[in-house]
Structures are given as structure tokens and as C-alpha cells.
Design a protein around this ligand. Structure first.
Ligand SMILES: [Zn+2]
Length: 211
């Protein structure tokens, strides 16, 4: 049983990309001759955004690594008992006593400042709210670059507005829940968001307030 929903706490702030950020979009929407590896964009405005699911999934996976909650299959924790399951929801476990998922991670849109900057870059230089990066594989014998492929990413210094709502129920340990989430946000800044972190992508800095 879960008690009454007492209140919502709000974590609001900005995510600054210190290096290029890549969160992959759908290949299906690409026309022939288009980008091989597009980033995810708003379907109407074409502006890049960070899906709440990407942010939530990454923070959760880092907390599971830190707290030794990695299952043998590599799937998210579904024990239905630990704090990570309580806050993020137990993975594929329909019967549990934890009550609803506590954390609601919203999609993060560009800040007005970044939007204006990227719009100017689009007018001045034809950039489509993103940089196009070409990467190669170096042939070990000849030392030459081969198999070039183009990859899209959000340029460094781009900022997004993020918002996380936290539901607190009657019997919840508020301090424990909030500190777990803040620990996750701290781990994220030491790790990376999106893909290709080992190749330098996705270093982010977070600034936020809790209310
Ligand atoms: Zn668990």
C-alpha cells in the first residue's frame, strides 16, 4: 500500500553541452542522400531536444552501476524493492508494492539563448541546428582513414532547459529520494549523455535549483 500523494518537488535548470551531444533520431525519416546518422529533432520545428527518456535512462543506469544493481541480463533493475526501483519504477515488474514511479523527467528543449544562436547559424552558415561530423576508421596496416561516415550532433555550448518533477507520498523518505536523484545528476556530469562518450561526446554540465 502507498499513502496519499503529499507534494511535488521540482528540479529545474539547464544542461550545458561541454562537448558535442548526440542523441540519435529515427532513420526512417531520412530521404535518400540525407544524413546517415541524424539526431533526434522536434517533428514540427526541427529543433534538437533531449528526450526525458534518454535523461532518465542514463541517470538510472549510472545509479545502478554505482549501487551494484546491475542484473545478469544487463536490463534495468526490476527487483521491486530497492530505492532505484522505487524512484524510477521497477523494470518489467507489474506486481510490486512501491506505488507509482516517483520521478517524472520532462523532455528538455533548447533555451531561448541557444535557440537564437542556432537560428543565426542557420541563416548565416546554413547549419541545420547541428554540426555534421565525419568520422573514419583508421586502417591498422596502412594508417589511412577509411569508411567515412557522417554523424550529426548538437554543437558544444548548446544549452537545454530541463525539468524533473518528483512525487512524494505520505510514507516516503523525502531526503533519501532527493539525494538519490541528486547523486544520479552528479554521476551524469562525471560520465556522458547520449552516445559515443568514449570518443568525447556528451560531456554535460548541469545547473539547477530544487524547490
Ligand atoms: Zn531494484
Amino acid at each position: 500500500m502507498v499513502g496519499k500523494l503529499n507534494e511535488y518537488r521540482l528540479i529545474e535548470g539547464t544542461i550545458t553541452c561541454e562537448t558535442g551531444l548526440r542523441i540519435g533520431g529515427s532513420q526512417e525519416s531520412i530521404e535518400i542522400g540525407g544524413m546517415e546518422n541524424p539526431i533526434i529533432r522536434h517533428p514540427i520545428t526541427d529543433e534538437p531536444y533531449i528526450p526525458g527518456s534518454s535523461l532518465k535512462g542514463k541517470v538510472r543506469s549510472l545509479l545502478e552501476l554505482k549501487h551494484g544493481r546491475v542484473s545478469p541480463t544487463g536490463e534495468p533493475c526490476g527487483c521491486g524493492k530497492c530505492m532505484i526501483c522505487r524512484v524510477f519504477g521497477p523494470h518489467k515488474t507489474p506486481h510490486h508494492k512501491l506505488g507509482p514511479t516517483r520521478i517524472l523527467v520532462r523532455d528538455a528543449a533548447l533555451t531561448d539563448e541557444s535557440k537564437a544562436k542556432l537560428e543565426k547559424a542557420r541563416e548565416d552558415r546554413g547549419l541545420f541546428y547541428a554540426e555534421v561530423k565525419t568520422e573514419n576508421i583508421v586502417n591498422r596496416l596502412t594508417g589511412t582513414a577509411e569508411h567515412p561516415r557522417t554523424i550529426e550532433r548538437v554543437p558544444a555550448d548548446t544549452k537545454f532547459k530541463f525539468e524533473i518533477a518528483v512525487r512524494l507520498f505520505e510514507d516516503d523518505d523525502e531526503a533519501q529520494i532527493m539525494s538519490l536523484i541528486e547523486e544520479g545528476l552528479d554521476l551524469l556530469q562525471q560520465d556522458y549523455l547520449g552516445s559515443s562518450g568514449s570518443r568525447g561526446y556528451g560531456k554535460v554540465e548541469l545547473e539547477y535549483e530544487v524547490s
